[in-house]
Structure formats: C-alpha cells, structure tokens
Design a protein around this ligand. Structure first.
Ligand code: F0G
Length: 366
C-alpha cells in the first residue's frame, strides 16, 4: 500500500480528457493542474441518410457527448486549468448558455468562484439548469450577448477575475483538439468541415488545429472550412455588425463576434465559405437529423447541416467528397424548441382496442 506521500494530486491521477490525449500539443507545464471531467474523444459517426441527400460522404462529430454536453468543455478544461495555475480565485464569462454551463462545471471542480453573465430571456432551459446546478453566480444582463461580453472585458481589465470566453487564448488552444481527433480518426482531413459560427472562436480553433497538425507533418492536405451563421445574426456574411441579432438558434444569436478576423482568415486560407441559413432551414435540418439519423443536437448545431443541404441544392459537392459536420451541442440543452417543433402526442383512454384502432391495426389484423 502506498503511504500517500508519493501519490500525485487526485486531479492528476485520471489520465483521460484532452489534456492527456493531446498533452504534447497544448501549452501545459509541469505545474499546470489538470482540471478535467473526461472531455473529448467524442463520436465521429457516418451519416448515411444525409450522405445520400448531399451526394458526399457525411460524418457527424457529436460534441454533445462532452461532459456538459457541448464542445465548450475542450476549451474550458484548458482555460480553467490555466486560471488555477495562475492563482485565479474567480472566473467570469458572458454566454448564450453553453460556455456558462461549461465554466460553471469546471470552476466548481477547480474550487474557483464562477460568475456568468447571460442575455435576458434568451438562454435555453437545459443550459440554465446546468449553470444553476453547479452553483455559479448568475447575472442576467438587460441586453444581448455582445453587450454582456463587453462587460466581461470591462470587469477583467479592472478586477481580479479571469475571463474564460474564447477571447482567452487557452480556450482556443483547448478547442484545437477537435481537429486533432478528426484527423486521428479519419487518418486524413475531410474534404470539407461544416459548422455553425457564433462568436467565431470554434471555427478559428479548428482551423488552427488542422494547421498545427499540417505544419508538424501529421496531416498532408487541409480541409476547406464551411461556416454558417443564422440569417438574423450573420455579421460575417453581411460584413457589418448586427445590433439586434435574432434567431431560433439562441446559441449563435451574436451580432459582433469576438473572433471575427480569425474566422475570416480560416475561411480565406482554406478557400472556404461563411454563408447564412434561415431559421426555417435550421429547424428543417435539426428535425432531419432526428428523423433520418437518430441524432439529437441543439438548433445552433444544425446550422452546419442546414448549410451543406443548402450548398448541395446548388450542386456544390462531388462524389468522393467527405464532409464532417460539427454538432456542437446536445439537443437536451433546449427542450423547449424540441417540443415546440415536434408533433404533439395524442392522449387516449387506457384501452388496448382504442389504441390499436388509433394505430390503424384494425380488428381483422389482430
Ligand atoms: N454551437 C453551440 C451549441 C454554441 O453554444 C456556440 C457558441 C456555437 C455553436 C458557436 O461557436 O461562438 O465559437 O462560433 N456558444 C457561445 C456560448 C457563444 O456562450 O455558449 P462559436
């Protein structure tokens, strides 16, 4: 039996999560505590139904399988570990919900105070529940995400609280691991990578990840990046900030993305596209993922799929092309939208024959 004195700190003794899987690719030192919930290593599944519709080989990266059910955990494990290493006592973020849920969880695990600034009335129920559960201090801002992020910039510049939005470079570093996993799983980059774009940190992180592997000789060709904004919140597409962004995809209801420049760089360096999709196209793709592939993601996550369906209508893809769609968050985060767009259930008496008749089985088929 060990006397305990030679045992590493408990948080270091669970070799799982992206800080272990990609430790040589991340800015860790021997002093960095590893604050982890076992994030990353998410499924990358083929989507045969979508592939037929699009005319290319489509894969779905299920980022809702992360511990707090979104891709944010990849960046948050890194950012909160660094905050602890640097002696921070509190972390803060502005959020449309997922960053807040992730920050709350990782801060709680690190023993740090967590403050989240949420836009009033626009955060999906599962995200609110998740934040509350981990004991974060929640401040509802009478404004939108962009205004809440301005307040984070103000507070972190003036007070001893560390920001964990994607303007924190460690968030982006952690999120590069999504690209590493795709290359490690496929043995190459896909022809295209499709994803939603909100504050634009994730598209910047993926591109950085692919380039990092490429420069290190781990990857030959680079993918072409396809980003999609919601039509009511599409500043990168229109080329100007949107003062009052609106979309059913509340996670990407953002009018002034912090990583605007690096997203444009990812688009241009890869020879890609940042386009927009309407709320109707987002909801249609969201429902199609459920009915065709059995996959439940949140509406924002479906924007990438809506985007490739839109491009496919114009004959964009060629046979042999591969497309990885990043499904950024789990559908259970937003149960209200799921229920509001689905068929309503029927209520019947507790009578087998009535149910059989309703189902169309009829008496002579019994
Ligand atoms: N998908 C989901 C589910 C998101 O929560 C977000 C961003 C995005 C896509 C867009 O990613 O901002 O890196 O371009 N959510 C942030 C939040 C803004 O506060 O949770 P991005």
């Amino acid at each position: 039996m060990s006397d305990g004195s030679s045992m590493p700190e408990l948080s270091q003794r669970t070799p799982q999560g992206v800080l272990w899987a990609y430790e040589n690719w991340l800015p860790l030192t021997k002093d960095t505590p590893r604050i982890s919930l076992g994030e990353g290593n998410t499924p990358l599944i083929p989507a045969p139904g979508l592939s037929r519709k699009v005319g290319a080989e489509v894969y779905l990266k299920l980022e809702g399988a992360n511990p707090t059910a979104s891709f944010k955990d990849r960046g948050m494990t890194m950012a909160v570990s660094k905050a602890r290493e640097q002696g921070a006592e509190a972390v803060i973020c502005a959020s449309t919900g997922n960053t807040a849920a992730s920050a709350a969880a990782y801060a709680s695990r690190a023993g740090l105070e967590c403050i989240v600034l949420l836009p009033e009335g626009k955060v999906a129920l599962g995200k609110l529940a998740s934040v509350a559960h981990c004991g974060a201090r929640v401040v509802t801002i009478q404004g939108n995400f962009d205004e809440a992020l301005e307040i984070v910039r103000f507070l972190t510049g003036k007070y001893p609280v560390q920001g964990v939005n994607s303007i924190n470079p460690y968030r982006i570093e952690g999120q590069t691991t999504g690209a590493f996993e795709i290359v490690d799983a496929l043995g190459a980059a896909p022809t295209y990578q499709a994803m939603p774009v909100g504050n634009a940190g994730n598209i910047s992180a993926y591109w950085r990840g692919y380039k990092t592997y490429h420069q290190a000789g781990r990857l030959k060709g680079l993918p072409i990046m396809l980003g999609f904004q919601a039509a009511g919140a599409a500043p990168i597409v229109t080329g100007k900030p949107v003062p009052h962004p609106e979309t059913v995809a509340s996670a990407i209801r953002i009018g002034r993305p912090a990583s605007w420049q690096t997203a444009v760089q990812a688009r241009d360096e890869s020879g890609g596209i940042i386009d927009m999709v309407t709320d109707e196209e987002i909801i249609a793709a969201y429902q199609l993922l459920g009915t065709l592939e059995g996959v439940f993601c949140e509406p924002a996550s479906a924007a990438g799929v809506a985007g490739i369906l839109k491009l496919a209508r114009g004959g964009f893809f060629k046979a042999g092309d591969s497309v990885v769609c990043i499904l950024t968050g789990h559908g259970l985060k937003d149960p209200e939208t799921a229920i509001s767009v689905a068929a309503q259930p029927v209520t019947l008496p507790a009578d087998g024959q009535v149910v059989a008749d309703y189902l169309g089985y009829g008496q002579n088929r019994s």
